[in-house]
Design a protein around this ligand. Structure first.
Ligand code: NDP
Length: 285
């Protein structure tokens, strides 16, 4: 007996503002096509005052989940029915997942980063130096700490943004965190294993932006990870490669957070290579 015709696809998508420059829809739909998943990903521009309506709409239409990005990552929480462990610690959600009749908030930013990192090193017991203390740094810091990173040094220009992150890591995770003011050129100490750029330095159009770090302190034994997805070959990535470090670019984090979202929404383990190829085509790599 042939299966009955079905014209009702599963719905997923993204709520953000702005939304037009975000390539996630192309990446996720490439994976849906590749795996024959009957689902759509709808990129929606949603103003802050319309967020509640958007979530209620997604609920009414039976969406299986959605991403949310700037400026909704914190505000969306009041419209959801619960939070995953790391999202609860971070106080930020970028992926809602329908479980039964509830929308549960997860954060795949840090999880996507961690998945990329795990391909080259397990952070358990490792010493991490992270530049930046904004939303991306908060997500990455919490996931690294929950994955057992031994110590985290948060290097940031403004103390006001860094101190709450340091306090959150010390209070709510087993890791030891400390703040280092970024007021001049910073050398990576000899006992550090992993360096992370979680600032927006290098993000298009700031393509000539370079972190103020002592390049001579980048040693071949270091893993250097950059979060910048566009362009992925930042000056930090190139400097670290030249010095012989193991390097991870920001595309890996973007792709892996997509892989995790698709798994949450559809149960399918999406092929990251299909998604990387789509992004590389988009970015002309
Ligand atoms: P935020 O605005 O929340 O934080 C920006 C951080 O960068 C702050 O710590 C800020 O320091 C620092 N910073 C910015 N400019 C400079 C500068 N010139 N010198 C020193 N420090 C600077 O941004 P997000 O955390 O949301 O995003 C950060 C980056 O992460 C973005 O480029 C984004 O594209 C990327 N990202 C990548 C993802 C991926 O999947 N690859 C996912 C999510 C984000 P201060 O506190 O002093 O202002």
């Amino acid at each position: 007996m042939t299966a009955p015709l079905n014209f009702l696809s599963s719905l997923t998508g993204s709520f953000a503002m702005p939304a037009a420059e975000n390539p996630t829809v192309a990446m996720v739909e490439a994976a849906y096509r590749h795996h024959g998943i009957d689902a759509r990903y709808i990129n929606c521009e949603v103003a802050p005052e319309k967020l509640g309506d958007a979530v209620r709409g997604a609920r009414a239409m039976g969406w299986v989940g959605f991403n949310c990005s700037i400026p909704h990552k914190v505000a969306v929480i009041e419209h959801l029915d619960g939070l995953g462990e790391s999202a609860k610690i971070m106080g930020a959600v970028n992926c809602a997942v329908r479980r039964g009749d509830r929308f549960v908030g997860e954060n795949t930013d840090g999880k996507g980063f961690l998945k990329s990192l795990m391909e080259v090193v397990d952070p358990k017991g490792k010493r991490v130096m992270m530049f930046g203390a904004g939303g991306a740094a908060r997500a990455i810091g919490v996931e690294l700490a929950l994955a057992g990173a031994g110590s985290l040094t948060i290097v940031n220009r403004s103390r006001e943004r860094a101190e709450p992150l340091v306090q959150l890591l010390n209070d709510k995770t087993p890791a030891e965190a400390r703040f280092l003011a970024w007021s001049g050129t910073v050398a990576v100490p000899a006992d550090v294993d992993i360096v992370v750029n979680a600032t927006s330095i290098g993000l298009y159009p700031d393509v000539d932006g370079r972190l103020d770090i002592d390049l001579a302190s980048l040693r071949p034994s270091l893993v250097v990870a950059d979060v910048i997805p566009n362009p992925p070959r930042t000056l930090l990535v190139r400097d670290a490669e030249t010095r012989g470090c193991t390097v991870i670019d920001g595309l890996g984090m973007l792709i892996n957070q997509g892989v995790i979202g698709i798994k949450y929404w559809t149960g399918v383990d999406a092929d990251p290579e299909v998604m990387r190829k789509t992004l590389e085509e988009i970015f002309g790599l």
